[in-house]
Ligand binder design. Structure first.
Ligand SMILES: *Cc1c(COP(=O)(O)O)cnc(C)c1O
Length: 360
């Protein structure tokens, strides 16, 4: 077994190898303290410094204005589907949602428990193969926020630019946070499960404008109020220490890579190689419409499910792992997050050409 193969997994996804090595050493003996990283008290000076550094790096890399809080929460990105409306919406108030995939649809289902939800756009009938342009939907003037998913992990679609609407934006950025620069000041709240582009599973990063913290009603349980965690710097209870540490190391790596703008160039480059193969080789068909194509998750089909299974099997055999599409859509999906190396994309493209020659 080789030490490292190319891992196209959609999540948890590939992390920088240097981060894995650092974490492996720190787990056993954190910075020569004689205590393993995952044994450290979350109130210790050593861990408080880790959490602080992680937050500082996220702020720096995303250019987060000072009137925003950065929270480290648990419960996965999926818990944000209900925490957002639970904290920000009253039952007689309206919010607008864009239904661009399963993660959006799940968020809509939860939001309906808390307020009046207007689904202003849906691509469900066309298997979510595109995201809307601004002129394809409207946001009611009294809508409290416009909720959308920046990158639809399962379908391989991504908003090429953020919606330009007269509304407070709220985004699930789980699968493309920090893959490109974003103007945080346009958002009321951004959240992301770390396990795709920021670190391991176990922590969800929430970035929230501080004036929104007080919107929450009295009936909301303490642990489910953003305000609770904001007031205690995410230390109201034991935070996911190891995941926060890893996110910090990934942020450090990203900073060394040149930050969000630099990684976007690399991401564009990687994705272009794959889309070019899909467009130029007859055996492959992209799932997403061109204008909606994701730089993070590249989805494609072969003529039959049998050929797809063979493709995935043979790719796995040569060290190209995790290419099976999500069970709800089938086909193939190459997830090429920030830390996924370009050499892996080049190897996949070569494999695709070779496979087409033999089976086309
Ligand atoms: C993976 C994913 C989720 C779900 O994340 P969990 O942490 O497993 O709850 C939500 N939204 C998007 C866009 C995702 O890619």
């Amino acid at each position: 077994m080789p030490e490292r193969i190319f891992n196209f997994s959609p999540g948890p996804g590939t992390l920088p190898y240097s981060v894995l090595q650092e974490a492996a050493a720190d787990i056993v003996n954190f910075k020569n303290t004689g205590i393993g990283l995952i044994e450290l008290s979350h109130r210790s000076k050593a861990f408080m410094a880790v959490a602080e550094e992680t937050e500082t790096l996220i702020r720096e890399l995303m250019g987060i204005p000072s009137n925003y809080k950065v929270l480290f929460l648990q419960g996965g990105a999926s818990s944000q589907f209900f925490m957002v409306p639970m904290n920000l919406l009253k039952s007689d108030q309206q919010a607008t949602y864009l239904n661009t995939g399963v993660w959006a649809k799940k968020a809509i289902k939860e939001a309906k428990l808390f307020g009046r939800i207007e689904v202003a756009y849906s691509s469900e009938a066309i298997t979510y193969k595109r995201v809307p342009r601004d002129d394809e939907y409207t946001v009611a003037p009294d809508s409290q926020y416009l909720y959308f998913v920046t990158n639809n992990t399962i379908y391989g679609t991504q908003f090429p630019t953020m919606p330009n609407k007269d509304a407070m934006l709220i985004a699930d950025m789980s699968s493309d946070i920090l893959s490109r620069p974003v103007d945080v000041s346009k958002f009321g709240l951004i959240f992301a499960g770390a396990q795709k582009n920021m670190g391991p599973a176990g922590v969800t990063v929430v970035i929230i404008r501080d004036d929104l913290l007080d919107r929450v009603g009295d009936q909301v349980p303490t642990m489910l109020k953003y305000k609770t965690h904001a007031e205690k710097d995410s230390m109201f209870n034991t935070p996911p220490c190891f995941a926060i540490y890893c996110v910090g190391r990934v942020m450090h790596w990203l900073k060394q890579m040149g930050g969000a703008a630099a990684i976007e160039k690399i991401n564009r480059d990687k994705a272009a190689l794959l889309y070019e193969a899909i467009d130029s080789i007859d055996l492959y068909r992209g799932h997403a419409e061109k204008e909606s194509r994701s730089l993070m998750n590249v989805t494609f089909n072969l003529p039959t499910p049998e050929l797809e299974a063979q493709f995935i099997r043979e790719a796995t055999a040569v060290g190209l792992d995790g290419l099976k599409g999500h069970r709800s859509v089938g086909g193939c999906r190459a997830s090429i997050y920030n830390a996924f190396p370009k050499e892996g994309v080049e190897k996949l493209v070569a494999f695709m050409a070779d496979f087409a020659k033999k089976n086309g």
